[in-house]
Design a protein around this ligand. Structure first.
Ligand code: M6R
Length: 606
């Protein structure tokens, strides 16, 4: 994953790099480092977060050229030696890398035969020394070195390189990992995303796969294609300035983001359903909806769960077949795709590597692609035919909360549009009527969520948790389990209620609690039977129930009461107590709620 930032120009680089690293920390926070060129090259790095690096940096560092990196470890632990920037064997090149070099073992063998040795455990150091080997063999010509390297490596990379002999120059290139070049009057900014530099730059170049861009002397840009032939730079104007994220008085971003949901969802439900983008054929989105025979939703993690909820809604109300698949599986299983498929990439960040690759696969096979995204100007925004935005504001907590509920809303609204287009106005309106009830009910629940902290206290010392739901709320069970495990490190599994008898019930004992989502009417009776099966085996049950469900209240150990709403929107409501439960349990266990261990907000490597 990792975040890359760089600058060369007339400004001092230190604060630009630190500011950029802080903005890119969502891509990884295992270690951070910077490299400066001020006549000679200097590298400073540290394990841990960006603030750990800042603590060891001298307050003033005189330099106008530098590159920096925040890492999510792939090859080798989170140590200072493995941290980027890496320096090549002769010290001629310093590089930062986002991606994975898949044939690094083979390249390592080749370089060892040439006398190279390595000090880190990273694929990046191997890649760098291959570039250096070619650099020295090609008269220190970085462009020729990269063209040769491209033909020798497999994998993904976004690279920024500085050369000892070329002060004031940065070379960048990418393949399947994002990297942009920002431009202002003072010089050039290299970054993993536009927002790391949008405060400074108004013009951007989005390099294609294996383009090589050399920026130097404050204003000179040269762009080469994969073969090393010079090409015209394509400069685009963007005003993408963003406010700095603010916790607004909340202790954690995650809590703020949970409590923002009523406002965000009510704004979303009340807004026009805006479909951006176009097809070169000129066909509009309504034409497309008439011609498609199937919808495939791809995503990862929480986004995949939102896709699962949407499948129930779209199939039930719009009567069109829906497939929901992990992007990481879809991209490698040779799926049957044709030009009557609408493939929806569901992604908060728009930067998830597997989702981007799966989207490319679908587009190449002729499908119409659509991104349902939170982050504008992200890779998936650029790469999909059509886009719908979640308008949820920055989601900073690693655990996705408001993006999940906004995804369900935007997909439900799509279901309503398709139902209407297919002539079923009543079904279409039913969805809209239900959506209009979400915010007030959510607000009411959040204002009186009195017992969740008590329940967190009671169950925080559990080592395991089972989450059960059925139908529309089976994905809620998956999502509740994911929230708990990712921020509190409690092992949790989500299952459809009926599947419990096929194995997981063997786990149940007095120390293995189950959270049951019982807040939709469609599956209530069946779930009551499942609860009885757990109770008969001595298991503890917490149930999310509708207010007034005294029957359920009597058979379980604890309840979380939700206002009764139409079934179709119950997944949006029932997930919120699960988000809060995970949050409070994580706090009680002393976990870092916003930046849990081993994770990153965006998973930008496969
Ligand atoms: O940005 P995306 O929606 O594509 O991210 C997908 C997953 O990485 C993400 O939902 C992840 O599972 C979250 N940490 C879950 O809270």
């Amino acid at each position: 994953m990792c975040g890359i930032i760089g600058y060369t120009g007339s400004k001092q680089v230190r604060d630009i790099l630190i500011d950029g690293l802080q903005k890119l920390e969502y891509r990884g926070y295992d270690s951070a480092g910077i490299a400066l060129h001020n006549g000679s090259m200097r590298v400073i790095k540290s394990p841990g977060k960006v603030h750990d690096l800042v603590e060891i940096l001298p307050p003033a560092l005189d330099s106008n050229t530098g590159i920096a990196h925040t890492r999510w470890a792939t090859h080798g632990g989170a140590t200072e030696l493995n941290a980027h920037p890496h320096t090549s064997s002769t010290g001629k090149l310093v590089l930062v890398h986002n991606g994975i070099i898949e044939n690094s073992a083979q390249i390592e063998g080749f370089l060892k035969n040439k006398g190279y040795s390595f000090i880190s455990e990273t694929d990046t150091e191997i890649l760098l020394n291959l570039i250096e080997y070619e650099y020295l063999a090609n008269g220190k010509d970085i462009k020729s070195a990269l063209v040769k390297t491209f033909s020798l490596v497999t994998g993904s990379y976004a690279l920024a390189i500085i050369e000892e002999d070329k002060p004031g120059r940065i070379t960048l290139c990418r393949k399947d990992s994002p990297l942009i070049l920002g431009i202002d009057k003072t010089g050039f900014y290299v970054a993993s995303d536009i927002y790391a530099v949008s405060e400074y730059a108004g013009h951007f170049i989005f390099p294609g796969n294996n383009d090589i861009i050399i920026v130097e002397n404050k204003s000179k840009i040269t762009v080469y294609d994969v073969h090393g032939n010079e090409k015209e730079p394509e400069i685009k104007e963007f005003n993408a300035a963003k406010k700095k994220p603010d916790r607004c008085g909340y202790e954690h971003f995650m809590k703020k983001e949970i409590f923002e949901q009523p406002d965000i969802l009510s704004d979303l439900v009340g807004s026009e359903y805006k479909i951006e983008g176009h097809l070169s054929s000129g066909k509009n989105f309504n034409d497309i909806l008439h011609s498609i025979s199937r919808i495939t939703i791809i995503g990862c993690g929480t986004s995949w769960h939102a896709g699962l909820v949407a499948r129930y809604i779209i199939e039930k109300y719009a009567r069109i077949p829906v497939i929901v698949e992990y992007a990481s599986e879809y991209r490698y299983r040779d799926p049957v795709i044709n030009n009557h498929d609408l493939v929806i990439s569901l992604s908060q960040s728009g930067e998830t590597a597997d989702t981007i690759a799966a989207n490319r696969l679908a587009a190449d096979a002729g499908a119409i692609t659509m991104g349902i995204l939170n982050v504008r100007n992200s890779s998936l925004d650029r790469e999909t035919d059509f886009q719908v935005f979640l308008e949820a504001g920055d989601e900073i907590g690693v655990a996705s909360t408001k993006a999940y509920t906004a995804q369900i809303i935007q997909l439900s609204r799509l279901a309503s549009i398709i139902a209407a287009l297919r002539g079923n106005e009543a079904k279409s309106q039913e969805i809209l009527d239900a959506l209009s009830q979400i915010s007030s009910n959510l607000r009411y629940f959040l204002e009186k969520n009195s017992n969740i902290t008590d329940l967190a206290q009671k169950y925080a010392s559990s080592s395991n948790f089972l989450f059960l739901g059925r139908g529309l709320n089976f994905p809620t069970a998956l999502e509740g389990a994911l929230k708990l495990k990712e921020i509190s490190y409690i092992h949790a599994e989500g299952y459809p209620g009926a599947e419990m008898k096929h194995g997981p019930i063997a786990l149940i004992d007095i120390d293995f609690p189950t959270m049951v989502i019982l807040s939709d009417n469609e599956n209530r009776t069946k779930m009551i039977s499942n609860i009885k099966e757990i109770k008969a085996r001595g298991g503890k049950v917490i149930a999310i129930i509708n207010e007034g469900d005294t029957e359920a209240e009597q058979i379980v150990d604890d309840v979380i009461k939700m206002p009764s709403v139409p079934d179709i929107i119950s997944p949006v409501l029932s997930v919120v107590p699960l988000q809060l439960f995970a949050y409070y349990v994580a706090l009680l266990r002393g976990c870092n709620v916003d930046q849990p261990r081993n994770l990153a907000k965006s998973v930008t490597v496969e």
